[in-house]
Design a protein around this ligand. Structure first.
Ligand code: PLP
Length: 366
């Protein structure tokens, strides 16, 4: 379901989807059913007991987990998963330095905040000093100057979401893979927003033919339930055994049931193929109707993570879209961002594009 209704019964196409969380649709019946069933059985299990759900989950994730990873670790939110990825990199390599990118957003706890670019999120907090920020999509020669034998990890979003819907180039990601491997550093790919089908690939990095050491997933992966996952190789996960990381709620049975049901929906419904199909009409319509409007700098994004960069702040356009029955959000200083559920149909795509064209031209003459 890609609609929501307000208290007056007015219907909206929800292309905000709770910052992209409701990618599998609101109240997806399979996910709601799995959560209710599990809540009626048990909601927490002591670590010394195994339940059948764990094995069922492993089987369900086979169709979804990044192919070259061997283990997955549960957390409860995106930022916690990034913290865990950083801890894995520090312990596995025994090094400290991190490389991140201008425009990056990785979360709001102190480790994640330290690799997040925007000063409005960072200012006033004791962020880590061992972080080097480079230009997103920098050339291999610039990257080469910084990825060295003191580097623990490079962390990168294959499509920057919060920072303005900018996709990474293949050359950039391939250079990062090559240089991290050469330096003995880890490549962490943050797929919290762009992963799990949203760009038309199960994981957005797949399009670029790389094999990151750690893949971080969140938002959509629990179908609305607050949960995140870190996928990695066994040798890396082992570096952090013995209670050096933990969380009361991580991998609780409700979270496991939600991820299992989400993975099943993902496979049964061929979500990446559905996204590719929806994206064809969407991008054709955006090109034809929106890309050449005077106030538009350019179209941004990939698949069902899309938007427009305007020549001015987007608040009035966002307000107008809401009046027109379309919910969207901001990205960076000047972009309007849309993160609709994969179930969005042709009629709703037309509604989004119509409303966007009308709102841009109404608020800033075309
Ligand atoms: N990483 C990326 C790419 C994100 O888009 C977000 C949230 O928007 C996060 C990390 C943080 O996730 P959370 O808000 O669940 O902590």
């Amino acid at each position: 379901m890609h609609y929501v209704w307000d208290d007056r019964g007015r219907r909206y196409v929800d292309a905000h989807a709770g910052f992209g969380v409701a990618f599998l649709g609101h109240s997806n019946p399979k996910i709601v059913g799995a959560l209710v069933d599990q809540a009626l059985k048990i909601v927490t299990v002591p670590l010394s007991f195994r339940i059948p759900l764990e094995e069922e989950l492993v089987r369900a994730l086979e169709g979804v987990a990044p192919k070259h990873t061997e283990v997955f670790l549960f957390q409860n939110s995106g930022t916690e998963a990034v913290e865990l990825a950083l801890k894995l990199a520090w312990t596995f390599t025994g090094r400290r330095k991190l490389i991140a990118f201008r425009g990056a957003f990785h979360g709001r706890t102190l480790g994640s905040l330290s690799v997040t670019w925007e000063p409005k999120y960072r200012n006033g907090f004791p962020v880590l000093s061992d972080v080097v920020f480079l230009e997103y999509n920098a050339s291999a020669s610039v990257l080469e100057e910084h990825v060295d034998e003191s580097t623990a990890a490079v962390i990168v979003e294959p499509v920057q979401g919060e920072g303005g819907l900018t996709p990474a180039t293949t050359e950039f990601l391939q250079a990062l893979e090559k240089l991290t491997k050469k330096a003995g550093a880890l490549l962490i790919v943050d797929e919290i927003q762009c992963g799990f089908g949203r760009t038309g690939y199960t994981w957005a990095y797949e399009e670029h033919g790389i094999r990151p050491d750690i893949v971080v997933a969140g938002k959509a992966i629990g179908g609305g339930f607050p949960v995140s996952l870190v996928f990695t190789r066994e040798e890396i996960a082992k570096a952090l055994l013995g209670g050096r990381h933990g969380s009361t709620f991580a991998a609780n049975p409700l979270a496991q049931a939600a991820v299992k049901a989400s993975a099943e929906v993902f496979v049964e419904d061929s979500v990446p193929a559905r996204v590719r199909q929806a994206s064809e009409k969407l991008w054709r319509d955006l090109e034809a109707r929106v890309s050449k409007l005077g106030p538009v700098r350019r179209l941004k994004g990939k698949g069902l993570m899309f938007g427009v960069e305007l020549r001015f702040p987007p608040s009035r356009v966002l307000g107008c879209l809401q009046e027109q029955g379309v919910l969207a959000l901001r990205a960076g200083a000047t972009a309007v961002r849309f993160l609709p559920p994969y179930t969005i149909d042709d009629e709703s795509i037309s509604r989004v594009v119509d409303a966007l064209e009308e709102c841009i031209c109404r608020e800033h003459s075309c």
